[in-house]
Design a protein around this ligand. Structure first.
Ligand SMILES: Cc1cc2nc3c(=O)[nH]c(=O)nc-3n(C[C@H](O)[C@H](O)[C@H](O)COP(=O)(O)OP(=O)(O)OC[C@H]3O[C@@H](n4cnc5c(N)ncnc54)[C@H](O)[C@@H]3O)c2cc1C
Length: 413
């Protein structure tokens, strides 16, 4: 083993993974298809980043620069403007840049290629296809990066954090945000964003509503807003027309996994790449972190997760990975949307950190971790919501690796 670790993607996750792999003794190459490090953070010019990781409130670009400065000052081989085209089962990476193409054979890879936004096609939005319908990330890029206001009378579909942040940002830049519609009967963004981005600006939030039609030839002229029933289907006869020139879609992010598809990696029921507690996928040597593994609300958690992946990738590359022992499977039970990790190794760290989200908001409930009939941990929750990721550590000594029973987390009342 020559200790070569390759990092795919130079956002917060890629930079944190690269720094931690270097610190653990690996020879690190970081590939970023863009011309700068930082990823999505570079267009998030609002504050609210870094409170736990840097113990300071920073903007997205400031957070990115802190990590990028460390990367630039280190021995990490940074390849900007270099897109990864494919990853082989032998951990070879094919890349292309303006200087030419090539292949690098790594001893371990950390895949941190981020996520992509769901677009109008994902919700089969009926009606015309005029200009003026764009995703929240695109609107953010136009406004914050290129200085273009994407519209004047704007409606937002989806109450995820990006949509909420864009409602405030567009208002501050002089657009009229007519409202935000959310399919669910509860908001999907963080509470602080509901208050600071909608309520402070008197922007109405239409819960249990969706956009059922787009109108306009050339440019969007109106949308139809309808109520939805408990089955989330539009209720006939509730549609009303709202005149607007722009519809911003904030209907979710999905891990960007296209490069991994040919590898046939195991996935969990939520469609995420299944990893063990060292964040290694079912292909030995391929580690995952950041939004490519699961979509995060806070970059601080992205960076911490990526540090683990980087360190573990270095151990693998240097032949220092703890091996032997058994593995247990874990699964998301009642009320839990997904659970990471999907496998827990008897070897390695003494504690396992579970990351998960609940499916729907709940009050006065318990999170229960169990193995068969044995309760491992029970945590009282006054309130729990899907938009906030949960983290729970469990010492491995509580787990019985001689049994084949699965570790389960579920929500109980
Ligand atoms: C609008 C918005 C607002 C947010 N607000 C907050 C907030 O207030 N506070 C907070 O803490 N967090 C916030 N977040 C969350 C946080 O910023 C993200 O979760 C985090 O930055 C994601 O980092 P990442 O490295 O996983 O992904 P990304 O930043 O997406 O980085 C992935 C990188 O991989 C590169 N890449 C992809 N494919 C390839 C390839 N084939 N070859 C080479 N490179 C490739 C991309 O170019 C990109 O640079 C926000 C996120 C968004 C989108």
């Amino acid at each position: 083993m020559s200790g070569k670790v390759a990092i795919v993607g130079g956002g917060a996750a890629g930079m944190a993974a690269a720094l931690s792999a270097l610190q653990a003794g690996a020879e690190v190459t970081l590939f970023e298809k863009g011309s700068a490090l930082g990823g999505i953070l570079n267009q998030c010019i609002h504050n609210g980043f870094g409170l736990s990781y840097f113990k300071e409130e920073l903007t997205g670009p400031e957070f990115a620069e802190r990590l990028a400065d460390k990367v630039r000052d280190s021995a990490i081989d940074v390849r900007l403007d270099t897109a990864i085209l494919s990853i082989g089962k032998d951990l070879s990476i094919a890349y292309e840049s303006p200087k030419g193409s090539g292949t690098l054979r790594a001893d371990a890879i950390v895949y941190t290629a981020g996520s992509l936004e769901r677009s109008a096609g994902a919700i089969a939005l009926p009606g015309d296809r005029p200009s003026g319908i764009l995703t929240a990330g695109q609107a953010q890029l136009y406004l914050n990066h290129y200085g273009y206001l994407p519209g004047k009378k704007i409606f937002i579909l989806g109450s995820g954090d990006i949509g909420l942040i864009m409602a405030r940002r567009l208002t501050l830049e002089g657009a009229k945000v007519l409202g935000v519609a959310e399919l669910c009967p509860y908001p999907n963004g963080l509470n602080r964003n509901i208050v600071q981005c909608l309520e402070d600006y008197d922007i109405p939030l239409y819960l249990s509503h969706t956009v059922t039609r787009a109108y306009g030839k050339g440019r969007l002229t109106a949308i139809e807003l309808s109520e939805v029933g408990p089955d989330r289907n539009p209720i006939p006869g509730t549609g009303r027309r709202i005149e607007c020139d722009t519809l911003v879609l904030s209907i979710g992010l999905l891990p960007l996994l296209s490069l991994l598809r040919p590898l046939g990696l195991r996935k969990n029921l939520a469609g995420q790449i299944e990893v063990d507690d060292s964040l290694m996928s079912s292909l030995p040597g391929l580690f995952m972190a950041g939004n490519a593994l699961h979509v995060h609300d806070l970059v601080d958690n992205v960076a911490l997760e990526a540090e683990t992946a980087g360190r573990e990738a270095a151990r693998m590359a240097l032949g220092e990975r703890a091996s032997g022992g058994k593995e247990l499977l874990s699964k998301a039970g009642d009320g839990i949307g997904y659970l990471i990790p999907g496998r827990i190794r008897e070897s390695g760290e003494e504690e396992v950190l579970f990351r998960f989200r609940v499916r729907v908001p709940n009050k006065d409930c318990f999170l229960v971790f169990s193995q068969g009939d044995k309760i491992l941990k029970k945590i009282k929750k006054m309130s729990i919501i899907p938009s906030e990721m949960e983290f729970v550590k469990i010492p491995k000594k509580l787990l019985d690796f001689s049994q084949k029973t699965t570790i389960e987390v579920k929500l109980c009342h």
